[in-house]
Design a protein around this ligand. Structure first.
Ligand SMILES: Nc1nc2c(c(=O)[nH]1)N[C@H]1C(S)=C(S)[C@@H](COP(=O)(O)OP(=O)(O)OC[C@H]3O[C@@H](n4cnc5c(=O)[nH]c(N)nc54)[C@H](O)[C@@H]3O)O[C@H]1N2
Ligand SMILES: Nc1nc2c(c(=O)[nH]1)N[C@H]1C(S)=C(S)[C@@H](COP(=O)(O)OP(=O)(O)OC[C@H]3O[C@@H](n4cnc5c(=O)[nH]c(N)nc54)[C@H](O)[C@@H]3O)O[C@H]1N2
Ligand code: SF4
Ligand SMILES: [Mo]
Length: 734
């Protein structure tokens, strides 16, 4: 008999941290509906379309790819087909390969990538413990590197804490919102709702984006700057504040250091709005208006996203954003401060849990001896004292490192798809093929699986318990909704099996045991018990004590006490550094890569939900200015070839007067129209974040459209077949 149960959990897509009530039919073991839960602090009962309809992948409809249901191995070595094997065989094989590689080359020959998606914080904790205690390396990282890594590095330098200082609900009480390189209506719709609410309450909005986004349309001042010139604009705004004396002298004196030297540099004529107008393509009056508006309030909230961080000068631009808040006294009280709005549902958490090459859980440095001794004692082993490798440096360590002892020979990848999401995919494929041993732990066959020597089937969101951290530091509990397929295991359990097979005993009965071990080692999180999360709609860190009155921290740096050693915010001046690849006669257009609302990252999940699939489909699209399209004789909807110095891809032209002449935009969800075939792997030297937001390309008309359409269909069929879907599987077949 059908029986229905309502269970509250957290959305598995973006970092907004929306709480969802899922209705489950326990007789059929199916989720049948999702609604926004009024218990959600950030969503107040609302959800975007992914929260409402994005759970259907649990039913494995096999549209783009299919769930992994059994462990698999290439028994005949690289190049041989993947075959199903028992758990015991897959674990023993993996343990023996890892042990052999460690024996020959040392533990730093192994790289681990953790997941910011379904698994949650407990798995993230176990991931870094596995890499550090079992393998013996700090070579562990995750997608924060290619995302907000620059925010973490930049804000740590500026104010001592890399996370959002402001919370999502506070946004609606901002008087001014400075939105730069961030498009919440698409990437965090439930955050965008607060921006709309703020506007209704009288807040003024400044939006800086080279493309006219929905955020740009909401704005009172819209600054359509030339891509790659953020630093020039930020320095020009600071110039106006300094030279027109709009700064908060009292705040600067009491709570900051380094202002005088900074102000001297910024006051130079070369940063006058008139002087940067040509390079930024902006009207100097608009820059002055934006600076004055920013400085006019003590409730100015700065929001930024990938349009700041995904540049080779990301870290310095993050600091330049923070400078503006510091000099206007916009830190340390309600409804003010900075919002580097974290992208993935648990990317904040995966950083919190220390899936980073330089930090243990709780933002404790691997080079701090006292901290290391603490973890060594708790885990009963010696731990490495050298900072590990960021994941974007793996290709260089494989393809360009001449000394085999210093190369990466094994890559253990959990819930991340570098063969789709990393820049310069031709190089990534060469890298993955050159690594002796690649292990993948995922819920779906993805492009990286094609390079794997062994694959472990994990349980998905909805099939296990966990805690996620929302973008604004809120730990929230995630519940099991349905029973998983019998041969799938939670990610942390798979890692425990492997640890035991490698001779390091690791056993936990449930996620709470893992959580409690983590809390005992991380002062910032000690007070966030499961019990308190349940009683308080989650807990925002820092939360230092288990005392029931300690309900965590809504905004950081209260009273402008910064998390730096001396408690002060620091000013740093940086000149503008241009992007690494600019337009040329052969590649006359710029390419930037962004998001769209209905699909998510590598699309294994949204690409396998029947209610989302019709929104858009392969091979995706490239947004182009009408004049460029006319010059190339390309019409809206035509298939076109896009070519860069790295590779080429086929996608559909979308004519849009929202993008300026000479610039193009692609979204990175598409498997055929994969924009990362084109992107450049230039990195920020400080955070190792790639310059996904700018490279040069050329668009070519395809004369035989009929043939091109047939090719796309054939390519789609070929991908589905490589992912193991039978041709008769058809769309929506369960
Ligand atoms: N639907 C959906 N939602 C998502 C995701 C998804 O895949 N799909 N992904 C999630 C993830 S992982 C993340 S990190 C977040 C990211 O969320 P956002 O940061 O909003 O992501 P993007 O769209 O990549 O980039 C933001 C904006 O930067 C602009 N931009 C490009 N170049 C420049 C520049 O030179 N200067 C400035 N100022 N702006 C520039 C782009 O036009 C774009 O509008 O979204 C999350 N939410
Ligand atoms: N060109 C371009 N490329 C980009 C970006 C861009 O703006 N432009 N943005 C970058 C950014 S900000 C990010 S964050 C990355 C995201 O890139 P990725 O992290 O690679 O992509 P995701 O789709 O988030 O998920 C990765 C994998 O996690 C798996 N997964 C989901 N839940 C679970 C689970 O519970 N357990 C396990 N084991 N696996 C699970 C999914 O099936 C998928 O294969 O992409 C980056 N790539
Ligand atoms: S805004 Fe983000 S967290 Fe909320 S429902 Fe949409 S995808 Fe899920
Ligand atoms: Mo991200």
């Amino acid at each position: 008999m059908d029986t229905y149960k309502n269970i509250d959990t957290v959305c598995p897509y973006c970092g907004s941290g929306c709480v969802i009530t899922c209705t489950v039919n326990t007789a059929t073991n199916r989720v049948i509906e999702a609604k926004g839960s009024p218990e959600g602090v950030n969503n107040e009962g609302r959800l975007c379309l992914k929260g409402l309809y994005g759970w259907d992948y649990l039913n494995d409809p096999q549209i783009l790819t299919k769930r992994i249901r059994h462990p698999m191995m290439r028994k005949g070595g690289k190049g041989s087909p993947l075959v199903e094997v028992s758990w015991q065989e897959a674990i023993e094989y993996t343990a023996s390969r890892l042990k052999a590689i460690i024996k020959e080359y040392g533990p730093d020959a192994v790289m681990g990538a953790g997941s910011a998606r379904g698994p949650g914080n407990e798995t993230a904790y176990i991931t870094q413990k596995f890499m550090r205690a079992v393998i013996g390396t700090n070579n562990v990282d995750h997608c924060a590197r290619i995302c907000h890594g620059a925010s973490v590095a930049g804000l740590s330098q500026s104010v001592g804490e890399g996370a959002m200082s402001v919370s999502i609900p506070e946004i609606e009480d901002a008087e001014v919102i400075f939105n730069i390189g961030y498009n919440a209506p698409v990437s965090h719709p439930i955050v965008a709702r607060r921006v709309v609410k703020a506007k209704k309450k009288g807040c003024k909005i400044i939006c800086v984006d080279p493309r006219l986004t929905e955020m740009g349309r909401l704005a009172d001042i819209y600054l359509p700057l030339k891509g790659g010139t953020n630093m020039l604009l930020l320095n020009a705004m600071a110039h106006v504040m300094v030279t027109e004396d709009l700064v908060d002298r009292d705040f600067i004196e009491k709570h900051t250091t380094g202002f005088e030297a900074y102000a001297e540099e910024i006051a130079q004529d070369k940063y006058a709005p008139e002087a940067v107008a040509a390079a930024t393509h902006l009207d100097p009056d608009d820059i002055r208006k934006a600076a004055r508006l920013f400085a006019s309030s003590k409730h100015t909230v700065t929001l930024w996203g990938m349009g700041i961080t995904q540049f080779s000068q990301g870290v310095e631009c993050v600091i330049a954003c923070s400078n503006l808040s510091l000099m206007t006294g916009n830190y340390g009280h309600y409804a003010t401060g900075v919002g580097p709005v974290r992208g993935q549902n648990n990317v904040q958490g995966t950083c919190d849990m220390g899936v980073l090459p330089n930090q243990y859980p709780g933002y404790q440095s691997v080079t701090d001896e006292t901290v290391r001794r603490k973890f060594e004692k708790a885990w009963g082993c010696a731990l490495p004292d050298k900072v590990g490798l960021p994941l974007t440096r793996v290709p260089a360590k494989v393809l360009r490192e001449p000394d085999p002892k210093k190369q990466i020979h094994a890559y253990y990848i959990i819930g991340e798809d570098p063969a789709q999401s990393d820049p310069d995919l031709p190089e990534i494929r060469r890298t993955l093929n050159a690594i002796a041993f690649v292990a993948v732990q995922d819920i779906f066959f993805n492009k990286t699986c094609e390079h794997a020597d062994v694959i472990f089937p994990a349980t998905a969101w909805g099939e296990h318990d966990a805690v996620y951290s929302s973008c604004d530091r809120r730990f929230q509990r995630v519940r099991k909704l349905i029973e998983p397929q019998p041969d799938c295991k939670p990610d942390w359990e798979i890692l425990c099996l492997l640890a035991n097979a490698m001779g390091y005993p690791m056993h936990y009965d449930n996620t709470e045991e893992i959580w409690d071990e983590m809390r005992s080692l991380c002062p910032k999180f000690t007070g966030a018990t499961y019990e308190k999360m349940d009683a308080n709609h989650g807990i925002q860190w820092p939360c230092y004590t288990e005392d029931s009155d300690d309900k965590g921290t809504q905004y950081l740096h209260d009273g402008a006490q910064f998390a730096t050693a001396d408690g002060k915010g620091r000013f740093y001046y940086f000149p503008w550094i241009p992007v690494k690849e600019v337009e040329s006669p052969d590649y006359p257009l710029s390419l930037s890569t962004v998001r769209e609302v209905g699909h998510y990252s590598v699309r294994t999940m949204t690409g396998n939900c029947r209610l989302l699939v019709d929104l858009a489909d392969e091979p995706g699209f490239i947004q182009m200015n009408p004049d460029d399209c006319q010059n190339l004789n390309i019409a809206d909807g035509d298939l076109v070839r896009v070519i860069s110095r790295r590779g080429q891809t086929v996608t559909r032209c979308q004519v849009s007067d929202r993008v300026s002449q000479g610039s193009t935009y692609m979204t990175y969800q598409w498997w055929i129209g994969a924009c990362n075939e084109l992107t450049i792997s230039a990195l920020d030297p400080k955070s190792s974040t790639p310059e996904y937001k700018y490279c040069a390309c050329r668009v070519e008309k395809i004369d035989d459209q009929k043939q091109a359409e047939m090719n796309v269909k054939a390519q789609y069929a070929a991908i589905r077949s490589r992912m193991g879907i039978q041709p008769e599987g058809g769309l929506g077949h369960v």
